[in-house]
Design a binder for this molecule. Structure first.
Ligand code: HPA
Length: 263
């Protein structure tokens, strides 16, 4: 670890997004929190301090249900991060959202089962965080406006179903999720989005569709196809985020910073 760890902005890179190469003077930092240690690379882009955190650790070594979400989010909070863009590989339950499509999700359905999912336990107080806008509406608008400005097609809005994983879903589960209003399925947004809100940080996710969900095409799903589609399209995410950072304004017309009402 070297240099002082501080940043106002962060990217949490999901599956297939491991590269912080647009940052100038990148330095790796291990940040200690009371929940464990988190590793990130901090550098500069257009005079803005940006932290890049690979959600699954170096070399994608941590599966989705074992990511230390509390350490990751607390580490970003401790270094001063206020705005977070995250990426997520997702399966699509909608024929109108084929692979390669970017979805700026705005709601989630939580089907996780066994993850530490709040900072408000073990004597840390009682809070019921508002989830009316789980993904920051200001950051979502900004990402959509940036995408328009660079002529990058995105699907604005969508419901992310978060499963426990690490297995993929059954076709029966997918039929149920689709009937409940889900659009895409992944394994990581919850509790990450919730913990960001508890800490008062603005957080938005751009999900990339890597496959149609189980039972929709007649062929089995593989992690390799997820990686392949991410690799083919990851440059779109990188362009979108760095363009968005170039023009981001610090003032937000959102309620993220006060959603938990404490801390
Ligand atoms: N299901 C769950 N998570 C995923 C999928 C999927 O089909 N594709 C990429 N991440």
């Amino acid at each position: 670890m070297s240099g002082i760890a501080s940043a106002q902005y962060a990217v949490i890179g999901g599956t297939g997004v491991y590269d912080a190469s647009l940052l100038e003077n990148p330095k790796e930092h291990n940040i200690d929190t009371k929940y464990g240690q988190a590793t990130m690379t901090i550098g500069t882009y257009k005079n803005k301090r940006i932290a890049f955190m690979p959600r699954h650790g170096k070399g994608h070594s941590v599966p989705p249900h074992q990511v230390n979400y509390k350490a990751n989010m607390m580490a970003l909070y401790q270094i001063g991060v206020k705005h977070i863009f995250s990426t997520a590989a997702v399966g699509s339950m909608r024929l109108a959202l084929p692979h390669g499509v970017l979805v700026i999700v705005d709601q989630f359905l939580d089907f996780t089962k066994s993850r530490p999912n709040t900072f408000f336990e073990d004597g840390q107080g009682v809070a019921h965080v508002d989830m009316t806008d789980p993904y920051c509406k200001h950051l979502r608008h900004h990402l959509a406006a940036t995408a328009r400005a660079i002529s990058l097609p995105v699907s604005y809005g969508g419901t992310y179903v978060c499963t426990e994983g690490p297995r993929f879903e059954t076709p029966a589960e997918i039929r149920m999720f689709a009937q409940l209003g889900g659009d895409v399925v992944g394994m990581t947004s919850v509790p990450e989005v919730v913990l960001a809100k508890e800490l008062g940080m603005c957080y938005a996710t751009v999900a990339m569709v890597t496959n149609f969900c189980a039972g929709m095409t007649g062929s089995a799903l593989t992690h390799q196809e997820v990686l392949d589609v991410m690799a083919q399209n990851v440059h779109h995410l990188r362009n979108l985020f760095f363009e968005a950072f170039a023009s981001i304004k610090d003032e937000c017309d959102c309620q993220c910073s006060t959603a938990a009402g404490v801390m």
